[in-house]
Design a protein around this ligand. Sequence first.
Ligand SMILES: Nc1ncnc2c1ncn2[C@@H]1O[C@H](COP(=O)(O)OP(=O)(O)OP(=O)(O)O)[C@@H](O)[C@H]1O
Ligand SMILES: [Mg+2]
Length: 223
Amino acid sequence: MLAASGIYCSYGSADASIKVLRGADITIKVGEVVAVTGPSGSGKSTLLHALGLLERPDRGKVLVCDEDGWELSTRKRAELRNRKIGFVFQFHHLLEEFTLRENVMMPCLIAGESSEEAASKADRLLEKVGIIHRASHFPSRVSGGEKQRAAIARAIVMKPDIVLADEPTGNLDADTSVEVENLIMKLADEGSRSFLLATHSQDLASAVHRRFSLSSGVLSEVL
Ligand SMILES: Nc1ncnc2c1ncn2[C@@H]1O[C@H](COP(=O)(O)OP(=O)(O)OP(=O)(O)O)[C@@H](O)[C@H]1O
Ligand SMILES: [Mg+2]
């Protein structure tokens, strides 16, 4: 599903660069839920952005469904990303000026689907994640957990093979975190869809199929 090898990432200029990842390797199989844990600043978001074909690593290979993402042209890479990968971002939340339904519709509209088709897909997913009653509310008028459910619905509306979720329970209270965790595990189970989660949450990390930890730029599997 997703296989990355020898990923190096750094920020800054050649003489004053911060080396964040030093040769990360990770493979995620179909239907697998994998967590990456590590202290703040250890590079979890950087890793997700490189694997998700959003930010080019200094070196390394990222295979998404057997296609070498960073070797493709910008247009082909964007196509591969849109078709295969869903994102739940750490800091980029929902678009505030749109309702939850419209937020979930957005990827479909961008892909050229009609608004009827997009709305019906969005409603089906809002139903699935348990917030259909909030479909016409704006993000500022719903709870943190409801926003996160909407972000997850938006991430899966294009039926991606893999979802990269950066701190999906980061800003939620304990009970709401558990609900969102359960939702993620359910979506993985029923959809033969893989998830890679960056998280501080020990609960979330212990619920997944496999775990990696990131420390001093080195990614290692926790066995
Ligand atoms: N755009 C950037 N420019 C310069 N340095 C950056 C940039 N983004 C991240 N960094 C640095 O890279 C390192 C890794 O950051 P990253 O955001 O990947 O960590 P993280 O593990 O996701 O942290 P958190 O748990 O706080 O989200 C940090 O030292 C950070 O300061
Ligand atoms: Mg982060």
